[in-house]
Design a protein around this ligand. Structure first.
Ligand SMILES: Nc1ncnc2c1ncn2[C@@H]1O[C@H](COP(=O)(O)OP(=O)(O)OP(=O)(O)O)[C@@H](O)[C@H]1O
Length: 576
């Protein structure tokens, strides 16, 4: 919690100011019952209208002052809490942006979304309330009891019994509430997760007619959330009647003893009214404790969840040997006995991979599904680091590049193209923010998508729905390729990115790549695509089975021959 609250540091002056305003407001509120007692004794009981007017005016003036102070306090408290919330969200976003693939795998997206929204809002609200009412309640208890002792110590003795009793009772509740709120937040994560999966997979759910199944899945997590929330709130709300009971009993005791003391002349009506007033304020403030406890328990749980994200060690960052300003100039790629397994998995996904790809050369990677093609790709932009062996770019170990310099030189088109909400132009310039319109159009032309874009109502300004819902799979693939082209990369990597294209369009696109004179790596399942590359790498269960030109592989690799036969029939193998 301390780590998260350290975000308040830049706002300590307005926070201290708001806090002092709250203290002034509190002091006024504690003086009012005292003056009320005076007014009753000196004015009401003596029927002295001047005295009543004097005390009445003083009390009204103080009430107006208290109002003005309260409004100013709200102003500063909201400034502090919203600025704090803004900073916290910003830093959380930056932290998550720095996450590696491994770090991302640790947290489901929904858990991160809940932290961004619910958890940050919870802490932000607590900061606001702390400066307004939350700190005021315990201070009212302390101040009220002190004032009661000043006015009449014997009558005030009742507070020595009730206040500790109530506080102990509430602390006991808080111990359980904190654990329960952790569970509530986890359940919120689960609801968000199922909801998110449903929204993303809506088409699939409809196509497979899995609505009933999904509804029951949602029902399960929703019910669990409702049940844990209900149990938690019930437990906290159950404290309210206990508080009211103690309040009523203490009022009866004060009035009973007060009456006796008035009879013996030890006190007067004004003092009894003042003590009753303090008793009401003190118990009302203690009754706020259950709300405060509830809020603090939730906030503690939220702060821990956020702190957990801040404490994640980002395992992929610039290495100490990284040289500033070293950038990819030629695009030569070399794998030297590289082995790789995913974090927390024993199985080697890549085993002793070695090959060199000269600048401007193209390499097609083919292999069965799960053979490690994407894994091999992911090591080049350092989305993961190899377990053994080294990768060189332009003859320099990959670790000597700073991550941003390394990735700047690479145009990576992932297996499932991802478009962002915005225009088509925005999505292409995402690859190079300062791209001119000519560069965008050229990239789109080379990616064979320009004509399709021009046929859309708003052309390059056409809005792309979330994740590109209003575009076909092939259109999304080509926009993603244009995004990679626009940055004129030294190394272009296409992960099965032409799978949705017809043969003619694909052939044009592959031809256009040559204009960029970049080193190209293409993962593909199609021999027609692979055979256009300078060389083909045949991957099988993480090992290189063969590497060479199409002709070399045809004559040397029986597996390659089988793949060719499966796609073109037996004739093709012997046509050459
Ligand atoms: N994040 C991950 N964590 C653990 N194992 C993974 C992860 N991603 C992939 N794998 C495993 O690594 C192996 C290789 O996966 P990879 O995605 O590289 O294969 P691929 O050849 O690209 O497959 P496809 O053609 O289906 O895309 C598979 O056995 C897969 O289960």
């Amino acid at each position: 919690m301390r780590n998260v609250l350290s975000f308040l540091k830049p706002y300590k002056f307005p926070a201290v100011f708001a806090f002092s305003l709250m203290l002034t407001e509190l002091a006024i509120e504690l003086l009012l019952p005292f003056f009320l007692g005076k007014m009753i004794n000196d004015g009401v009981l003596n029927q002295d209208i001047n005295n009543i007017t004097m005390w009445g005016s003083i009390m009204l003036g103080l009430a107006i002052l208290s109002l003005a102070i309260g409004i100013t306090n709200s102003f500063y408290s909201s400034h502090v809490s919203f600025a704090f919330g803004y900073d916290l969200r910003q830093k959380l976003f930056e932290k998550i942006q720095s996450f590696s693939y491994k770090n991302m795998n640790q947290y489901p997206t929904s858990a991160l979304v809940t932290r961004f929204t619910n958890d940050v809002r919870q802490i932000q609200n607590t900061v606001f309330m702390s400066l307004r009412i939350m700190a005021k309640a315990p201070l009212t208890v302390i101040g009220g009891v002190t004032m009661a002792f000043i006015v009449n110590a014997r009558l005030a003795l009742i507070f020595l019994v009730t206040v500790p009793l109530l506080i102990l009772f509430l602390l006991w509740i808080m111990k359980y509430a904190s654990k329960m709120f952790m569970k509530v937040q986890q359940n919120v994560d689960n609801v968000n997760r199922v909801m998110q999966e449903n929204l993303v997979g809506m088409r699939l759910i409809k196509a497979f007619m899995r609505r009933d199944y999904e509804e029951s899945r949602f029902d399960e997590v929703n019910e669990s959330l409702a049940n844990t929330t209900k149990t938690t709130f019930r437990m906290i709300e159950a404290s309210m009647p206990v508080l009211l009971f103690v309040m009523n009993v203490s009022l009866i005791i004060i009035l009973w003893f007060g009456n006796i003391q008035i009879g013996t002349g030890q006190t007067d009506v004004g003092q009894v009214v003042t003590i009753v007033n303090y008793a009401l304020r003190v118990t009302m403030s203690i009754s706020m404790f259950s709300f405060i406890i509830m809020t603090l328990s939730r906030t503690k749980a939220s702060a821990e969840r956020i702190d957990e994200v801040f404490r994640v060690e980002v395992d992929l960052s610039d290495k100490p040997e990284a040289k500033p300003n070293l950038s990819i100039t030629k695009g030569k790629v070399e794998y030297s006995v590289v082995s790789f397994s995913y974090p927390d998995a024993d199985k080697l996904v890549l085993d002793n991979i070695s090959f060199t790809l000269n600048s401007g050369e193209s390499l097609a990677i083919i292999g069965a599904t799960g053979s490690g093609k994407t894994s091999l790709f992911q090591l080049i932009p350092r989305l993961y680091d190899p377990a053994e062996g080294k990768i060189f770019i332009d003859d320099q170990p990959i670790n000597t590049y700073q991550l941003n310099q390394l990735r700047n030189g690479i145009g990576y088109v992932p297996q499932s193209p991802l478009l962002f909400t915005g225009s088509i132009k925005d999505n292409i310039t995402w690859g190079k923010t300062n791209a001119t319109m000519e560069e965008i159009i050229q990239a789109a032309k080379d990616a064979q998508i320009h004509e399709t874009i021009m046929a859309l109502p708003d052309r390059y300004d056409t809005k792309v729905g979330q994740k590109g819902v209003n575009l076909s799979g092939g259109q999304k693939q080509r926009i993603s390729i244009a995004r990679a082209f626009v940055r004129k990369p030294k190394i272009l990597m296409l992960d099965d990115s032409t799978s949705a294209l017809d043969l003619a369009t694909e052939a044009k696109l592959l031809n256009a790549i040559k204009i960029y004179q970049c080193t190209t790596l293409i993962i593909t399942q199609k021999i027609s695509t692979a055979s256009t590359a300078d060389r083909i790498l045949l991957l099988d269960a993480g090992k290189i089975l063969a590497i060479g030109t199409h002709e070399e592989l045809l004559s040397s690799s029986s597996l390659y021959q089988q793949i060719v036969e499966s796609q073109f029939g037996k004739e093709f193998t012997y046509v050459e």
